[in-house]
Design a protein around this ligand. Structure first.
Ligand code: FMN
Length: 160
């Protein structure tokens, strides 16, 4: 099964989770970035505000063609208890995703809020079947047990 890991990460935690899972399971990696980068000030004032509003940032890459993959693994940081405007845009930018399976995850300080539900809804509206989801709290990120759970989930998606 061919897999594609798609993440947005401001401070590296969400990307780090994807790298560990990818090292165990294999697959390609697409690191989505906002065209206008956030900094320590704008990430809260602008990024958090835009996330809470459900807005979409202009991103690189502009289109994300997943037609060559069987499974999408998508991760977002939680901003204002929601997915980031970058991940909202990444979902909108997916091409060739109809009928594909996805596993979604979020990393956060402790309150993920509506994040998983919003990502799930956005992906399902594009014809993607979300087969698993996971939330990583701060303490989970360096805990191999939780990463292993995601690895098991990704491997299980290959046979389901
Ligand atoms: C703008 C902003 C808003 C945040 N909002 C939340 C939140 O609502 N709930 C939470 O638990 N953590 C929140 N956090 C913490 C991040 O979700 C957490 O540190 C995440 O793991 C960072 O991932 P990254 O390193 O991939 O960017 C926020 C961080 C930022 C920068």
């Amino acid at each position: 099964m061919s897999r594609c890991f798609i993440t947005h990460s401001y401070s590296g935690i969400t990307r780090g989770v994807a790298r560990k899972v990818r090292a165990a399971c294999g697959g390609d990696f697409i690191d989505v970035k906002p065209q206008k980068r956030y900094n320590a000030l704008t990430v809260y004032v602008l990024g958090g505000y835009r996330a809470r509003k459900g807005e979409l940032d202009p991103i690189e890459p502009k289109k994300i063609d997943v037609s060559g993959y069987d499974l999408i693994v998508m991760g977002t940081p939680v901003w204002g208890r929601k997915p980031t405007p970058v991940i909202n845009a990444a979902i909108a930018a997916l091409k060739g995703c109809e009928g594909k399976k996805a596993i979604i995850y979020a990393t956060c300080g402790g309150r993920a809020g509506e994040t998983i539900g919003i990502m799930r809804k956005g992906l399902e509206a594009k014809g993607v079947k979300v087969v698993g989801d996971m939330v990583f709290f701060k303490k989970d990120v360096h805990d191999g047990k939780k990463i292993n759970e995601l690895i098991v989930m990704v491997n299980a998606a290959a046979i389901s």
